[in-house]
Design a protein around this ligand. Structure first.
Ligand SMILES: NC(=O)c1ccc[n+]([C@@H]2O[C@H](COP(=O)([O-])OP(=O)(O)OC[C@H]3O[C@@H](n4cnc5c(N)ncnc54)[C@H](OP(=O)(O)O)[C@@H]3O)[C@@H](O)[C@H]2O)c1
Length: 341
């Protein structure tokens, strides 16, 4: 099969579009023919060697796969060849962890395509229990854009952020792949949403996702704008994928007793915290990593119902994976970029 292989860690140029052996499904596994594979910023970090460097090379990245079942391993029930399938974007890779729920609390839980080969290829082999039937009825690129960000949004916004009808929420990077899904998730839950973006061009993307207030942080202080929007109170929850560069202002925008959820670090890994403010304002700080299979199913149901929509900025042929990574690095992307084998 063709695959976008990395033989070393580095820049977008490290991808080699080449022939590799097609995997055969073992007992309990499915072989899925990849129709489309979404790219997440995590793939860029992994390609750079910024997350793990202990995976065997050559390696194939890619967590978000929509496709169809091409072959079925022994002891697998409920699947027929040709069935439309969605691969879980994260799962515990050690079968001895499979009884641990929610799945993201398992020690071996990781993003699909980290220590196992992912979906930047014509086929991916997966444990059948981490493959879902695709009943969305949507085109493959739209489906492949969503599993990771849906799993994340359900966990970060609904489970940890405790966002409910009438909550007021600030979502960072509202035009990013994951931030956009979080804006849509909060709006689908009936919350009122404020979102940040870094350019005029991205404002419409955040607005279309359901944000009532969109702040271009390069022109205005988002903390001040959010305090004004909430009559000085602050929001009930901040959903943050930016991290260090906005941490202190995020807490300024959060009400007394509010919940801060972080799940990303595009703006840096470290910051400082004022403990006096933390306990006086009774802020709850929560870290969010991916989510559960139940959360993924819930997110896909919202997608099927049209309550959350895939925002696909561009698709690229798999042979142009380097170009696709360069485009994401440019920060111009609105929503998601998807590879087509
Ligand atoms: N923990 C989890 O479960 C989980 C799940 C999904 C994503 N994440 C994390 O969330 C973050 C975003 O991922 P993504 O896939 O949504 O990314 P993405 O689609 O590539 O969007 C990233 C956006 O972040 C904004 N940004 C702010 N400061 C930035 C900086 N210093 N450098 C680059 N971009 C900056 C930019 O938007 P503006 O131009 O509008 O500022 C950029 O477009 C990453 O850290 C990723 O690892 C974590």
């Amino acid at each position: 099969m063709k695959a976008a292989v990395i033989n070393k860690f580095g820049g977008p140029e490290v991808f080699d579009y080449t022939d590799v052996d097609t995997p055969a499904p073992r007992a309990g596994e499915l072989l899925v023919k990849v129709a489309a594979c979404g790219i997440n910023r995590y793939d860029l970090y992994t390609r750079m060697g910024a997350v793990f460097t202990d995976m065997a090379l050559p390696h194939v990245l890619g967590a978000d796969v929509a496709g169809s079942v091409a072959a079925i391993g022994a002891d697998v029930e409920g699947w027929r060849e040709g069935d439309a399938a969605i691969v879980a974007p994260g799962y515990p890779i050690d079968p001895s962890d499979w009884d641990i729920l929610p799945e993201n609390r398992a020690p071996s839980f990781e993003v699909t395509g980290t220590h196992t080969w992912g979906g930047n290829a014509e086929y991916i082999r997966m444990p059948a229990r981490f493959v879902l039937h695709d009943d969305t009825g949507l085109p493959a690129p739209e489906v492949a854009a969503m599993p990771l960000v849906l799993m994340t949004a359900v966990h970060a916004v609904e489970t940890l952020g405790e966002v409910r009808v009438g909550s007021r929420v600030l979502v960072q990077a509202g035009a990013s792949g994951s931030g956009n899904a979080c804006v849509q998730m909060a709006a689908a839950l009936g919350a009122r949403v404020a979102a940040t973006v870094g350019s005029k061009e991205k404002m419409e993307t955040a607005k279309a996702a359901g944000a009532e207030l969109v702040i271009n942080y390069n022109e205005n202080s988002f903390a001040e704008a959010v305090l004004e929007w909430t009559e000085g109170t602050g929001v009930d929850a901040v959903i943050d994928n930016v991290g260090g560069s906005v941490f202190e202002d995020n807490l300024k925008a959060l009400r007394v007793g509010g919940i801060f959820v972080n799940f990303g670090l595009v703006g840096g890994m470290t910051s400082t915290i004022n403990f006096r403010d933390l306990f006086f304002k009774q802020h709850q700080l929560r870290g969010s990593f991916m989510g559960s299979m139940a959360g993924l199913r819930r997110g896909l149901e919202l997608l099927r119902e049209g309550k959350i929509k895939a925002v696909v900025d561009r698709t690229y042929p798999l042979s142009e994976t380097s170009e696709a990574h360069r485009y994401i690095e440019s920060r111009a992307v609105k929503g998601k970029v998807v590879l087509i084998p």
